[in-house]
Design a protein around this ligand. Structure first.
Ligand code: PEP
Length: 250
């Protein structure tokens, strides 16, 4: 059985002191929950202060991006070993905002995913279609192209550790959610694609839904057979809301 996984994506929010305030509250609220895996993916500059609060707790630490090289002349970038040394377990790769605003390609995502594994990090790879693509009936084409390119050359052992977040771009931060059936059906399609490339390892991959997940819709989403958790943006910035989402996944 796949353990449900709720991860918060704070995006570019919370200074180091605000971050500490949030995780102090969150740590208290989710204490004792062991049937759902919980992670917070913070801005890079908050990782140290957040880790100071959540180490030895049931909240894992995640980053929102990394570069694939180990070190060198890549101004502004952060490497895998830098994250690993801070106790980071997960790294979001290929979020639609990075693809759209920072020009990340599937090739970049693939290189980053391989680098993440090389340095002991588990990637959360994001895929999903735009509204235009959905309306043109191209959701499966888009997602299939992303999955095939993003996972190319990974081993079965790596894929077993992988997390995929299906995030329809039109549902991110808009208050619009895919219906739970729509989300389940695309996630099933993604799992079948993984099965084509990696056989029964597909049953081990956790596939989250992301896009305006809130306390009021999480239970319905989690009731779907293929949905293993959620990547939560806006609602992860408030300890009360994020805790309700975690509890909705129990
Ligand atoms: C996200 O940032 O990945 C996300 C899904 O955001 P929101 O929950 O705010 O739609």
């Amino acid at each position: 059985m796949r353990k449900p996984f709720i991860a918060g994506n704070w995006k570019m929010n919370k200074t180091a002191s605000e971050a500490v305030e949030l995780v102090v509250e969150l740590k208290d609220k989710v204490a004792g929950i062991s049937d759902v895996e919980i992670a917070v993916c913070t801005p890079a500059v908050d990782l140290v202060s957040v880790q100071g609060v959540i180490k030895d707790s049931n909240i894992a630490l995640g980053a929102q991006n990394m570069y694939w090289e180990e070190s060198g002349a890549f101004t502004g970038e952060i490497s895998g070993p830098m994250l690993t040394e801070l106790g980071v377990s997960y790294v979001i790769i290929g979020h639609s905002e990075r693809r759209e605003y920072f020009g990340e390609t599937d090739e970049d995502v693939n290189r980053k995913a391989k680098a993440a594994f090389k340095y002991g990090l588990k990637p959360i790879i994001c895929v999903g279609e735009t509204l235009e693509e959905r309306e043109a009936g191209k959701t499966e084409d888009k997602v299939s192209g992303q999955i095939k390119a993003d996972l190319a050359g990974l081993s079965n052992e790596q894929v077993a550790e992988l997390v995929i977040a299906y995030e329809p771009i039109w549902a991110i931060g808009t208050g619009k959610t895919a219906t739970s059936e729509e989300a389940n059906s695309v996630i099933k399609y993604i799992r079948d694609l993984v099965r084509e490339g990696f056989g029964d390892t597909a049953d081990k991959v956790r596939i989250q839904y992301g896009g305006s997940v809130k306390p009021h819709n999480v239970e319905e989403l989690m009731a779907q057979k293929e949905i293993d958790g959620a990547l939560v943006g806006g609602a992860s910035l408030d300890a009360e809301s994020f805790t309700s989402i975690v509890k909705g996944a129990l």
